[in-house]
Design a protein around this ligand. Structure first.
Ligand SMILES: Cc1cc2nc3c(=O)[nH]c(=O)nc-3n(C[C@H](O)[C@H](O)[C@H](O)COP(=O)(O)OP(=O)(O)OC[C@H]3O[C@@H](n4cnc5c(N)ncnc54)[C@H](O)[C@@H]3O)c2cc1C
Ligand code: SF4
Ligand code: SF4
Length: 1002
């Protein structure tokens, strides 16, 4: 069972503390093992279970939580996005999560380019708000979509462009913070003569002592602090050294990792947004030559020089998202690329810089026709979209690396050492030698301009021998870094990984100074102890996420997980793929993770779910945790949108994992009435259709609605889809010309039962397009075919398998002769591309999967081949399109836009939306109705309400259309209906040219 593995404080009974916190704090107070487990990890390999978590609604509440915890003898660890890589945010005691509620801009001074923010604001969110003022905060960490300003200040974070903008410290003007004893102080520019400073007595005494320490230790600091920009290790004692008449004492707090004070607000220096930029992609035939060239390239004053090495290029080429940009910008077979970025005010200056870059490369002896060692040159990237694509590829470097499925993973511990540029080539060469000596390898990427390369040797930290190798690599690497007068902690901070090495790197006197600072700020060691000073050994396995006794018990799974290693046929490996990088906490862009966007709870984000699963299958949440109520609660708001499958850098497929949880639950606890109603819908649909008026009675009777909510948990606020007698049930099995190209039309349950107009329209479009359309009856002559989707969503895997077996048997002869299988409902058709293969991996199933296409995918493919002959006429001036999550997850949304663009005069606009919130049965649940509406209100419904009344609203998903109707009273259309309307228009419009009417699209 989950227990704290820290300093023993957690063994104390937490009930009185928990009750007091719950009495005095209105925000969440989480002391249950599942919640504590979710806050036990960050993006490091450590795990320390806190005694409890507080999610305060205000700064006052955060300070009250600090006081209550301190009175109870607990330690306190502040936390933002929890993306630290060195174990900064894991600790015993109480974790205070600033990210959910404390995320406002308090004030903004556009003229003087400054702002004051609460610590929980996410960088991307801040920059979105600053953009309209032409400003931005330029410490552009790779985790900008979830890193908070409080966490960035805590770690003294650095962006890829720190060459121009500096680190977090350089951009922090002042901070307000509370000491462990609750004293609130303002830290900012402080005159060395304190006689006129307005602060409390205790504040003045603290400032005086710190300035005195700086004066006393000036010589030692000058001697022992590395002279590289990327030095984020230890406390910033150099901020205390007398240089001018004043010192900025906020800079001592920056990088203090929550060990000195709780930050309550931060004043930031802002910069004008970059308006113009260009990239020069420098190619090198040898990695050493690339590293050696960096010191010369920086002389052209770029804002960044970023490394991408051979391994990363190869891994990137295997990822569909990155392949096009690699093909467009990478020439030949380089060993390394240096991406040099210029951002002068005037674009002509940037172009001039590119010219100088090419000249410099050739002065350094590189040429496209040279032998391998001096082979190279520059590919200019001027077009903004390509620049964004290549930057996305670069910043996804770590994630690209982490997509390895094997047991050994790239491990972060010497990941961000920085050395002076003239030593970079020798340093990297020797580093590779150290890795090889210990039987491993590492891929290097990132900030060549600062001599700060990211590198993660591949190790399996479940094995003692690899843990020993990690320690040896760390010791040898840090010794080498010291030799080059570099910094052992150049970007990600100290945490547990680096702190024990401070003594070797800075010497004993500076360590005594660090301890003096800690003692003076926090004499009771309340704030995040064990980081920066008094740290445990970095290889103390009892603090690891995978400690020596980590075991997965017997695990029976329903689906195929064989692509991964470990128990449960690989389920263990799939779950352990989550490295806590937090990309699922992004608040905008893409789809992942809609439930988190609605609630901002760690429980409701992919990371929280993956961590809960890992703890459950490894027995850390007690027996039978996989089938427990708490696990169900963790999965409850997962709408199975499959966005994580596509957008999570390590490919966590939570929708698939949820099926396992539901299956385990069903096996232990049986099926709820609601799950029964949802799961078996395809089976009872024919009967309900026959009884249509009676079956629809519930919608019209408030009493029945209330009753349904009580007994089946279906929200009384929702109308259920209306049953009808005239379901789609064609008499024939074949339509269209005998010599037409063959296609199978899959009539899914939803469109068949509720919206036959879509199937009628699709059939008509296909027939008028000249196709021979098959709608075969089931091979067993039984009920209509079904993809098993509803059964899967209820965890009824065996029933889904039965349905899919029937479907495979029916469609096998068609797939065998290459006939495409076309469907309308994304969640149904794409089941054939996805879950089918998790249930059956035989050649027939694979062939059916390979031939499954969405209606619009099929048409676009035909158009591209010049075979699509459809007489289309205008239907409206504008179509507003919402993509179904599964379309987006499978990269199948673009064809919707493409096919709509075949319609004359139609302006196609896509709504930037995440999940519609209806998500199958999710939106109908009484307990999930509210979240469903909140998801829809994030962007989809407001966009539809804003749309012109004459615009068409297009959505291929049955649930999406329902949500749009419920939320805006507008009827959204399947793309098949829009095309059918366009056929009508062409027929009825005498003004269309013959060419428009008989258009062949290609
Ligand atoms: C894939 C990946 C890429 C990364 N890329 C970069 C990069 O490009 N540059 C970079 O610098 N880092 C990078 N990091 C590290 C990390 O993302 C950054 O350090 C980030 O700024 C941390 O922000 P956070 O909100 O997650 O902070 P957290 O991890 O939650 O906290 C960081 C520290 O700040 C403290 N803290 C948080 N809030 C407060 C508060 N209110 N008061 C006092 N202390 C507080 C915490 O106790 C902790 O010690 C990367 C990490 C990952 C996983
Ligand atoms: S689920 Fe994916 S995106 Fe989220 S933290 Fe885990 S690995 Fe990162
Ligand atoms: S399937 Fe969707 S809702 Fe569920 S965890 Fe993944 S992104 Fe979040």
């Amino acid at each position: 069972m989950l227990a704290g593995n820290g300093d023993g404080m957690s063994s104390k009974d937490s009930s009185p503390l928990e009750s007091r916190l719950k009495r005095e704090i209105t925000g969440d107070v989480l002391f249950d093992p599942f919640s504590r487990g979710r806050y036990a990890t960050d993006a490091s390999f450590y795990q320390i279970v806190p005694a409890g978590v507080v999610v305060p609604r205000s700064i006052d509440e955060a300070l009250r939580a600090l006081a209550i915890a301190r009175d109870d003898g607990r330690i306190v660890t502040p936390r933002g996005g929890g993306t630290s890589q060195c174990g900064q945010t894991v600790n015993d005691g109480i974790v205070i999560d600033f990210s959910k509620h404390l995320n406002r801009i308090i004030s903004l001074d556009v003229e003087n380019r400054t702002c004051v923010v609460e610590p929980g604001i996410v960088l991307d969110d801040l920059n979105r708000q600053l953009k309209r003022h032409g400003l931005w905060f330029p410490v552009d960490v790779s985790t900008a979509s979830r890193a908070t300003i409080g966490g960035m200040a805590g770690n003294n974070s650095c962006g890829g462009r720190s060459l121009r903008y500096g680190t977090m410290r350089d951009n922090t003007l002042s901070m307000d913070a509370a000491l462990a004893d609750g004293t609130l102080l303002h830290f900012g520019e402080t005159p060395r003569d304190l006689s006129h400073l307005n602060s409390s007595d205790s504040g003045l005494a603290l400032f005086r002592d710190m300035l005195a320490l700086g004066a006393r230790e000036a010589a030692e600091i000058a001697d022992k602090f590395p002279k590289v920009q990327r030095r984020v290790g230890g406390y910033n004692l150099d901020a205390l050294v007398p240089r001018n008449a004043a010192n900025n004492l906020a800079h001592l707090l920056v990088g203090s990792e929550g060990t000195l004070a709780l930050t309550t607000q931060v004043e930031l220096k802002l910069w004008p947004v970059i308006r113009n930029k260009v990239l020069g992609v420098c190619h090198f035939g040898s990695f050493y030559e690339a590293m050696d060239a960096a010191q010369h390239l920086v002389k052209l004053r770029p804002i960044a020089v970023e490394l991408v090495d051979r391994t990363m290029i190869a891994l990137g080429r295997d990822i569909a998202m990155f392949r096009p940009v690699i093909d467009a910008t990478v020439r030949g077979d380089p060993d390394a690329l240096l991406i040099v970025e210029f951002a002068e005010e005037d674009q002509s200056d940037n172009l001039q810089k590119l010219k100088q870059l090419s000249e410099l490369m050739s002065d350094l002896g590189f040429g496209w026709n040279n032998p391998p060692r001096k082979w190279g040159g520059v590919v200019d990237v001027v077009e903004p979209a390509t620049q964004t694509a290549i930057s996305d590829f670069r910043t996804s470097g770590l994630n690209v690396m982490m997509s390895m499925k094997q047991e050994g993973k790239p491990v972060s511990f010497v990941e961000d050492c920085a050395v002076p540029l003239p030593h970079l080539a020798d340093y990297t060469e020797r580093l590779n030698g150290i890795f090889a000596k210990h039987g491993t390898r590492g891929t290097m990427y990132a900030h060549a301009s600062e001599g700060c390369l990211h590198v993660r040797p591949v190790l399996n930290l479940k094995l003692e021998k690899d843990v020993k190798a990690m320690r040896a690599i760390a010791e040898e690497t840090f010794a080498m870094v010291r030799e080059y007068k570099g910094s052992h902690s150049g970007e990600h901070g100290d945490g547990i990984v680096r702190s024990e090495f401070h003594e070797t790197m800075f010497g004993p006197r500076i360590i005594a100074d660090f301890k003096e600072v800690k003692q003076r700020f926090d004499p009771g060691h309340v704030l995040n102890p064990g980081k920066i000073v008094d740290a445990p050994k970095m290889d103390d396995r009892s603090l690891f996420r995978y400690p020596p006794d980590y075991r997965i018990g017997e695990l029976k799974t329903a689906l195929d997980w064989s692509a991964y290693p470990g128990a449960g046929g690989g389920f263990q490996g799939a779950v352990e793929m989550c490295n806590n990088n937090g990309a699922c906490r992004k608040l905008e862009g893409g789809v992942m993770c809609p439930s988190y966007r609605a609630t901002r709870n760690e429980k409701d984000v992919t990371r929280g779910r993956a961590n809960t699963l890992r703890l459950a299958i490894s027995g850390q949440l007690g027996p039978d945790a996989l089938a427990s109520d708490e696990m169900m609660d963790t999965m409850k708001l997962c709408v199975s949108c499959k966005a994580c499958r596509h957008e999570c850098p390590t490919g966590i497929d939570m929708a698939k994992m949820k099926i396992e949880v539901l299956a385990a639950r069903n096996a232990r606890r049986g099926l709820s009435l609601r799950d029964r109603l949802v799961g078996f819908l395809p089976r009872y649909a024919p009967l309900f259709a026959r009884l249509a008026p009676l079956a629809n009675w519930r919608n019209n009777s408030p009493l029945l609605r209330a009753l349904f909510e009580r007994v089946a948990g279906i929200s009384a606020k929702r109308a259920l889809p209306e049953w009808r007698r005239d379901v789609f049930k064609p008499d024939m099995e074949v339509f269209g010309p005998a010599d037409g190209s063959e296609v199978v039309l899959f009539a899914d349950t939803f469109n068949r039962a509720y919206e036959r107009e879509n199937l009628d329209a699709a059939l008509r479009v296909l027939v008028e397009g000249g196709y021979r359309v098959h709608i075969p009856k089931a091979a067993d002559n039984g009920r209509a075919l079904c993809c098993g989707r509803t059964f899967l969503s209820a965890g009824l895997v065996d029933h889904a398998r039965i349905e899919l077996d029937r479907l495979v048997a029916t469609y096998a002869p068609f797939a065998a002769r290459g006939v495409p299988i076309v469907g309308l409902e994304p969640s149904c058709l794409l089941t054939l591309r996805d879950e089918l293969l998790s249930l059956r991996s035989d050649a027939t199933a694979k062939n059916i999967s390979a031939h499954a296409l969405l209606f619009e995918e099929f048409l676009v493919r035909e158009a591209a081949a010049g075979r699509l002959r459809l007489p289309l006429g205008p239907v409206a001036a504008k179509a507003l399109v919402h993509g179904h999550c599964h379309q987006k997850s499978f990269g199948a949304f673009k064809p919707v836009e493409q096919v709509l663009r075949l319609i004359p005069d139609l302006n196609v606009e896509t709504i930037e939306s995440s999940c519609c919130g209806m998500a199958g049965a999710f939106g109908y649940g009484a307990d999930t109705y509210q979240t469903s509406i909140e998801m829809a209100e994030l962007s989809l419904l407001p966009a539809v309400r804003r749309a012109d009344a004459a615009a068409l609203v297009v959505a291929d998903g049955t649930s999406c259309r329902h949500q749009i109707k419920d939320g805006t009273d507008r009827a959204a259309l399947h793309v098949a209906r829009v095309l059918a309307m366009s056929l009508d228009s062409a027929r009825s419009n005498p003004h269309l040219s013959p060419h428009e009417k008989e258009s062949i699209h290609g």
